[in-house]
Ligand binder design. Structure first.
Ligand code: ATP
Length: 332
């Protein structure tokens, strides 16, 4: 089957003007501007099947938005191959644009001074959505996101969370086959984040839409994406499941123990390398998974009253994936 996203050896270089110091420098900058090249994307390959929801993550400046912009046709690649649903995005053919949507959490695509419903009507005309279908879509989506009563309120009078919901509705009215979601939950309070997340989860479950999602909130990624693609400094450093990432990155397990009596110094000294913190009778250790059973057995002498074994937080795994020292960095 044809891939929804087919990206090969994709690169993007930005030409950035170099600021020269002082008034003389500013003048020289006007007369003879100098540029440096910023290689934002350094030859990446991505393949996404129709209906997949993929988390596209990476630290600030890694190249995520640049890639999404090339996939949606906002930017042309410097070199490489991009086909989205079989189309070359940079040609911006109408037939292609009707099948995609690009939601940017940091930028509104709806009109600020008019109610969302009026902006939606504009989308209806642009995308030639039949009136009946349009009404049904607006009803269904606004009900699912609990903003039906706000459709006639000017956008600028809505909260950030409500505005974002309207953005999402606007982006889905024309039933796009692929949706690029660039940080849709950025800046939202926890309730709005949760509500958007559950909506996107429901939406993606039908398997009819391919979703490429970037977010710095790991909760979004963990909840919505079985597969993650990690980009760092313009290169893909991981492509696979979250579970596999955790396994590869190690990080062990966290063992929390509350002792009834304090362990002897000697016992503790032998475990300093795995001791993370202690307060009164509560101790936290971090050990390789294989060592956990023996370790727990060894605590018996000090009469632990409570022991729990936890997985390290997902942020921890992700940071290791981002880390330059990542010894396993490779594409699966
Ligand atoms: N229009 C531009 N002109 C020059 N350089 C740019 C431009 N847009 C982005 N860059 C640079 O390209 C690199 C990748 O930026 P990009 O916005 O794609 O990263 P990102 O992963 O989306 O980051 P963030 O998580 O902070 O949004 C960065 O070094 C950035 O400074």
């Amino acid at each position: 089957m044809r891939k929804a996203v087919d990206v090969r050896s994709l690169t993007k270089r930005y030409k950035v003007p170099v600021k020269q110091e002082g008034i003389g420098g500013a003048l020289r900058g006007i007369l003879r501007p100098e540029y440096r090249v910023n290689e934002a994307v350094k030859g990446i390959d991505i393949g996404i099947e129709p209906g997949e929801t993929v988390g596209f993550i990476g630290p600030n400046g890694a190249g995520k938005t640049t890639v999404l912009k090339m996939c949606s046709g906002i930017l042309s690649p410097t070199s490489g191959y991009v086909r989205i649903l079989g189309h070359e995005p940079s040609l911006r053919k109408r037939e292609y644009l009707r099948q995609i949507s690009f939601v940017m959490g940091q930028r509104s695509q709806l009109w600020w001074d008019i109610p969302a419903i009026d902006s939606f009507a504009l989308n209806r005309d642009i995308y030639e959505i039949p009136e009946k279908r349009f009404r049904q879509r607006v009803n269904d989506l606004s009900s699912a996101l609990s903003v039906r009563s706000l459709l006639s309120v000017p956008l600028r009078n809505l909260s950030l969370g409500e505005r974002m919901k309207m953005e999402i509705i606007g982006s889905l009215l024309h039933d796009p086959k692929i949706v690029f979601l660039d940080e849709p939950t950025i800046g939202l309070d926890l309730t709005s984040q949760r509500s958007l997340r559950s909506f996107v989860g429901e939406y993606s479950r039908s398997g009819e839409t391919t979703i490429m999602l970037t977010s710095h909130y790991m909760e979004d990624i963990v909840t919505l994406c079985r597969r993650i693609i990690v980009i760092n400094e313009g290169r893909i450093v991981y492509d696979g499941s979250l579970e596999e990432a955790k396994r590869r990155m190690g990080g062990g397990q966290i063992v929390k123990v509350r002792f009834a009596s304090l362990p002897e110094e000697e016992w503790l000294d032998q475990r300093r390398d795995v001791l993370m913190s202690c307060q009164d009778y509560d101790f936290t250790f971090r050990l390789e998974r294989e060592r956990v059973p023996d370790f727990i057995a060894s605590t018996g002498r000090w009469m632990p009253v409570d022991i729990s074994v936890e997985e390290p937080p997902i942020e921890d795994t992700i940071e290791r994936l981002y880390g330059k020292e990542n010894p396993h960095a490779e594409v699966t």
